[in-house]
Structure formats: C-alpha cells, structure tokens
Design a protein around this ligand. Structure first.
Ligand code: TZP
Length: 211
C-alpha cells in the first residue's frame, strides 16, 4: 500500500519547544513561520507523555490547517491518526513504514529519518514518501547524532533515491544553494527559523531561496 501523495513542499520545519519558555510561546513562533509561508511542520516533542502530546498535536493541527500547511507527527502514528495529521515521520525506533501505512489506512504521508545511503534506500524500498538525511552539517540541535555526515553522502543519496531527500542538520540560509546543488529536494530544520529574531521574515527568505 503506497500513498502516492506528491511531496509539494521544500521547507520542512521541525518543532522543539525546549527553545521556548512554554508550549504557548512555541506555538506563537510556529504561527509566525506559517505567516512566512512554511507549508509543512513536524511536531517532534519526544519527551512528552501521550496526553500532553495529544493536546499539543490538536493545537498544531488547528494552527497548520488555518494556514493551509501540512502537519506531520514524529514517531507517534496513534497521535497522527487521532488528530488527522497529514503525515507521520518515522525514526529508527519507530514502527516500520508498512505498519504505519496500514494503521493510517493509506491516508498519511510517511517521512523517514535516515543517516546513510543504505538507510535512505531501505526507506525507499519500504515505501516511504520521502526521507530526511543528516546531520549534514554540525548542529547544536542534535548532538546525540554525532558527527556530521557531510554533503557527499547527501549527493549520493539524492542520486540513488527516487523519493525526495531533504537535507537536515545545521541548515542555514547560506547553505541552501550547496544542498540543492547536491540534489536535495528541500531542507528540514529547527534552529535557523525557530531561533531567528524575525521568524516570519526568515521563513520567507528560506521559502524564496528554495523556490
Ligand atoms: N535530525 C538530524 S539533525 C536534527 C534532526 C532532528 C536537528 C536539526 O536541527 P537544526 O537546528 O536545524 O540543525
């Protein structure tokens, strides 16, 4: 069962409420990014319990819907189904693609986090709609993932996968050209937008550079 849903966005914003004093402050920041025309947001709050995550996911669903943007939920297919998200984003410890596809009755887009060419090809053959690949550059946001894998691996993955490959990890506005040159379909990021002084304007710049 595949979704056949075209990935029609090139900027994929990921949440991290630890950058803010509260969930409300994060939602305000996400709203500014939505005003700057980001069209896909992933709710990624791994430390939240089911009920807190569900409550936040409902709020994110309402917010993204108001701005015509897609909502992805990290890992939790049950939460994604409950809030009628557009997609789910799976990692190494998540349920496999086929099970997520079945649980969502084929209605959801499925993204998969990958860190090597082999993982990206595996995700593609498992039926993922797109992958993120990284960390490409040094990033403060994800120290546990260790050393950056570099742009050569991104190039290799983009050349050898038919599904879109999004560069992730240390993406800044000045690096867009380089990752697009390697064949990336888009970029996934946290800090370059969520820690920007002017979130709406920064998002607009990313959208322009990626168009
Ligand atoms: N996966 C690989 S790197 C990363 C994730 C979620 C963090 C990206 O954060 P930033 O701030 O855009 O480098």
């Amino acid at each position: 069962m595949t979704s056949n849903k075209a990935i029609d966005f090139r900027l994929y914003l990921i949440t991290d409420r630890k950058l803010f004093g509260s969930s409300d402050a994060m939602l305000e920041a996400i709203e500014k990014a939505l005003q700057g025309c980001v069209k896909a947001v992933q709710l990624r709050e791994k430390d939240l319990g089911t009920r807190e995550l569900l409550a936040l996911a409902y709020r994110m669903r309402a917010l993204t819907a108001r701005h015509g943007a897609k909502l992805f939920i990290n890992d939790r297919v049950d939460i994604a189904v409950a809030v009628n998200a557009d997609g789910v984003h799976l990692g190494r410890a998540s349920m496999p693609v086929y099970a997520a596809r079945k649980a969502s009755e084929g209605r959801m887009m499925i993204g998969v986090s990958t860190h090597s060419l082999q993982e990206a090809q595996q995700a593609e053959s498992d039926g993922a709609d797109f992958v993120t690949m990284g960390p490409i550059y040094e990033t403060a946001s994800k120290i546990p993932y260790g050393r950056p894998i570099g742009i050569h691996l991104l190039n290799e993955a983009a050349r050898n996968c038919r599904i879109p490959v999004f560069a992730i990890g240390g993406i800044k506005i000045g690096r867009i050209e380089e990752v697009l040159e390697q064949g990336a379909s888009g970029t996934a990021l946290i800090s370059a937008i969520l820690t920007a002084g002017d979130i709406q304007k920064t998002t607009e710049e990313f959208v322009r550079k990626l168009s």
